[in-house]
Design a protein around this ligand. Structure first.
Ligand code: GDP
Ligand code: GDP
Length: 436
């Protein structure tokens, strides 16, 4: 199920990132008095009672040197486009400012539910300060204090009342949901169009049934796919869409809903740091990955070119050693067919289950081949292993001492599991747990 999304909007310094961090429960972004500081994270998931949701701190998306009105307009538009519920935040100590009124006007025009939060109400005596905020026109103001963690439960109670009742329509289990991520101009939109334009690809007329209306359902050789568009990539236009943080936000949203993520690289410009960062998101999310080297037409080739490029990819993306690499040209529509088997394989392996009995044989053989590490005269003992989850395949290994399961030994076990079962395309998680 797709989680509902809350976005926090408000002028600078009202406490958006403080509240964002409170809600996600970690202090991940830096909160300082200096306005305009870089924030680490602007999109995360949170939980309140029985609700899981995503939350966006729109204040973290800034447009270079644009004047405040343009910044705030972009941030409000992001909230309106991306969120199911908007938390409009003001500062209870400042009263209503012109900037607050400007935000209010923008939000008023949208049909999204808005919950008004008055921050910096650090003690109960200050609660009387909130009444003037009724005049913003969003009903009851909710007093909160980011620094003291007050009122946040009531605020989330109110926000969660506005979560969509019907969860988004989901697809059958055997459908492969995939998305394309990559920095701007690597050719994601071109690839989408090229894939959909392939011979024998049958695009289903019920495309775009979800809230975001950006999914495309299609069939190719009896396999059904859902292509999750990372961004209205096919309806570009708004200023903020060119900002890096917004494209990251969209990528994270798309990754979350995918089984398989296509990490798109540009053969013409080569691999840069940003590519690795983006690929890292897919890996960290535990998704299956196919690396797609696009614009292969721009490269002058001899018999070694592909191998050389592949080596370069492997060297730069060591954490994606399980991913297949496809070389394609969206522009010329070449080699696109090589992509489908990789997507299928990654999708199948991502949800593959193996039998416990076979798994334990594999582990026993592995231990015989390479004995477990010892420490201070005692040895790591592996009692039993079992697959506890799919998407990605996750294995729990019960041991006598978790500390002794070193990274390198875990890595060895992973390689044995991969060799035995073939998990091409997908990450595999191994968790050591103490047997009680
Ligand atoms: P943003 O620009 O809206 O994201 O605001 P920040 O979260 O960066 O906060 C701006 C300043 O307000 C920081 O110095 C925070 O420590 C401070 N602040 C945030 N929440 C509260 C609060 O509830 N009470 C008080 N007194 N200060 C707060
Ligand atoms: P996006 O920002 O990742 O969606 O990239 P686009 O699909 O908009 O493509 C960016 C530019 O690269 C456009 O000018 C495309 O025509 C061009 N492009 C895309 N795919 C290819 C390709 O396979 N070969 C070449 N030579 N150019 C391509």
């Amino acid at each position: 199920m797709t989680k509902p999304t809350i976005a926090i909007v408000g002028r600078a310094n009202v406490g958006k990132s403080t509240i964002f961090n409170r809600i996600i429960g970690e202090r991940v972004s830096i909160v300082e008095d200096t306005p305009g500081i870089t924030r680490d994270r602007i999109y995360s998931s949170g939980e309140w009672l029985t609700h899981e949701f995503n939350i966006i701190d729109t204040g973290g998306i800034e447009l270079g040197d644009e004047p405040f009105q343009e910044q705030i307009r972009a941030q409000a538009e992001i909230a309106i486009d991306e969120a199911d519920v908007i938390i409009f935040m003001v500062n209870g100590r400042d009263g209503i400012t012109i900037e607050d009124e400007f935000v209010a006007k923008l939000l008023f025009k949208s049909s999204k539910p808005v919950v008004l939060a008055v921050n910096k109400i650090d003690n109960p005596e200050m609660r009387t300060d909130i009444y003037e905020f009724y005049s913003l026109g969003f009903g009851e103001p909710f007093p909160i204090s980011g620094s003291h963690g007050l009122g946040i439960g009531d605020l989330l109670d109110e926000a969660s009342k506005h979560f969509p009742e019907q969860p988004e329509e989901e697809y059958d289990d055997n459908v492969i949901k995939f998305s394309l991520i990559g920095r701007p101009n690597v050719g994601k939109s071109s690839l989408i169009n090229a894939i959909l334009g392939e011979e024998r690809v049958i695009v289903s007329p019920i495309a775009g049934t979800t809230r975001d209306a950006i999914d495309t359902v299609y069939t190719f050789e009896d396999q059904e796919y859902v292509m999750i568009d990372t961004a209205g990539m096919r309806k570009k236009g708004k200023v903020y869409e060119t900002t890096e943080r917004y494209s990251v936000l969209r990528a994270l949203k798309a990754i979350e809903r995918s089984n398989v993520v296509l990490v798109v690289l540009d053969a013409d410009t080569g691999i840069i740091e940003q590519d690795k960062k983006i690929a890292g998101y897919a890996h960290e999310a535990g998704k299956a990955v196919v690396i797609v080297v696009n614009k292969w037409d721009t490269v002058e080739k001899d018999s070694k070119t592909m191998k050389k490029f592949e080596d370069k990819v492997r060297e730069n993306f060591q954490f994606l050693d399980y991913a297949r690499i496809a070389f394609v040209s969206a522009l010329e529509g070449k080699r696109l067919k090589t992509l489908f088997p990789f997507i299928n394989e990654a999708g199948e392996n991502h949800r593959k289950r193996v039998q416990s009995s076979t798994l334990n044989e594999v582990i026993t053989d592995a231990v015989a081949m390479n004995p477990t590490p010892t420490h201070n005269g005692s040895r790591l003992n592996i009692f039993y292993s079992t697959q506890v989850a799919i998407e990605p395949p996750t294995f729990v290994v019960f041991v006598n001492d978790v500390e002794m399961m070193h990274f390198s030994y875990k890595r060895f076990l992973e390689n044995r599991i991969r060799a035995a079962f073939g998990f091409e395309g997908t990450p595999v998680h191994i968790i050591a747990r103490k047997r009680n």
